[in-house]
Design a protein around this ligand. Structure first.
Ligand code: PLP
Length: 380
């Protein structure tokens, strides 16, 4: 039996300060989905990403759901959404009773294809249909071409949800992913660049909208001078706990450090495996800073990719295929899909041979070496 530790894809990485901050929450007895750490976490999220308002929530999925509701998504509406993403980008569209229309990836960013978005917007306009919203996902720590997507959406009267669940700290020019469009989303799930174990945030410029998010996230209780329970709209139990917000406060303080570590890990994989011609790495879009949340690459074909993942698994190393696009999921087999170009279904190609390597900021130099050696063994 192997005695070495299994190397995980993206485990949590505490700074040490979180424990003290959590003790502070215990000492004050704010063991509730409200309290000073929640307020401070929201303020610090705003300062970190450069936005006016934030609502801390129990998950990124909750943030997408509330975001879509606040953008006015109603049953029967069309909502555009990146196809290559985790299912949580798209499930809230169904939760709103709306219909997703999936948009392919650009081969240079792996994020939403601008030509596909343009084409689908024009075609729907010719049919006299306007999608209510667009969920543009910044994938694996790389921002989508958000200014262009924002421009196209506003030209067509479509609200933009800047879905940066995987891309806290990613930049487009001098702006952070998550701060474009009408509302933005972050996730603090356990596998993200910083974590509250589980959590998320909805951010935006309009104070009234973010206040409404807090209202909906706490069961939509109508104001009452004596705290009575009166409800005139459907609410949710989506607020982030004060205890978990305390973890988030400690994590936000080391965000830049975590980004640097993940970028260094990507650089090392790339430079030490440069002679393995079968691998091509996820491109750097060149329009800003990718956090390299996960180091991703492509192999020659699916058989080779699957064999590499199995080989790494046998060496106690967790690797994963790239996201399976939503338009290939049985859940969405009735949904429309717009490819990058006629005859080029980019996200299906990326899925077929794409893989993600261990990328956690706590990955030691030796562990990185173990991953690299195991990949070299596979190819030689
Ligand atoms: C692209 C994307 N969107 C949404 C989510 C959902 O976030 P959460 O797990 O916080 O609900 C995740 C990850 O978990 C994600 O990777």
């Amino acid at each position: 039996m192997s005695t070495q530790n299994r190397i995980l894809l993206s485990p949590p990485h505490m700074s040490g300060e979180e424990r003290t901050l959590v003790e502070g929450a215990f000492d004050s007895n704010w063991i509730a989905p409200v309290g000073p750490a929640v307020d401070a976490f929201e303020r610090e999220i705003c300062e970190t990403v450069g936005i006016e308002h934030a609502c801390a929530l129990s998950s990124g999925t909750a943030a997408i759901h509330l975001g879509l509701l606040l953008l006015g998504v109603q049953p029967g509406d069309l909502v555009l959404c990146s196809s290559m993403t985790f299912v949580a980008s798209a499930n809230p569209i169904l939760m709103c009773g709306a219909q997703p229309v999936f948009v392919d990836s650009d081969p240079e960013t792996w994020c939403m294809s601008v030509p596909a978005l343009k084409r689908v917007l024009n075609r729907l306009a010719e049919e006299g249909r306007t999608p209510r919203a667009c969920v543009a996902v910044s994938l694996y720590g790389q921002s989508a071409d958000l200014p262009t997507i924002e421009g196209l959406c506003s030209e067509h009267g479509v609200k933009l949800l800047d879905e940066a669940a995987e891309a806290l700290g990613a930049m487009h020019g001098d702006r952070m992913a998550g701060t474009f469009g009408d509302l933005g989303v972050y996730s603090f799930n356990g596998n993200k660049i910083i974590t509250t174990s589980g959590g998320g945030a909805l951010v935006g410029r309009d104070e009234a909208v973010i206040k409404k998010a807090r209202f909906l996230a706490t069961q939509a209780r109508d104001p009452s001078p004596i705290g009575a329970y009166e409800h005139s709209t459907t609410g949710f139990n989506y607020r982030l706990s004060n205890v978990l917000s305390a973890i988030g406060l400690g994590q936000l303080r080391v965000l830049e450090d975590r980004i640097e570590s993940r970028r260094r890990i990507f650089d090392r994989y790339q430079s030490e495996l440069v002679d393995i011609e079968e691998i091509s790495w996820m491109p750097d879009a060149g329009h800003g800073r990718s956090t390299r949340w996960l180091t991703c690459g492509l192999l020659r074909n699916q058989d080779q990719r699957d064999a590499l993942i199995t080989h790494l698994d046998e060496s106690d190393i967790e690797a994963r295929p790239a996201w399976k696009p939503m338009h290939l999921q049985p859940l969405f087999n009735e949904s429309a899909y717009e490819p990058h170009s006629n005859g080029d279904d980019v996200s299906s190609r990326l899925f077929a041979s794409g893989f993600c390597l261990p990328s956690g900021s706590s990955l030691s130099t030796d562990e990185q070496g173990r991953v690299i050696d195991s990949i070299r063994t596979f190819f030689h």
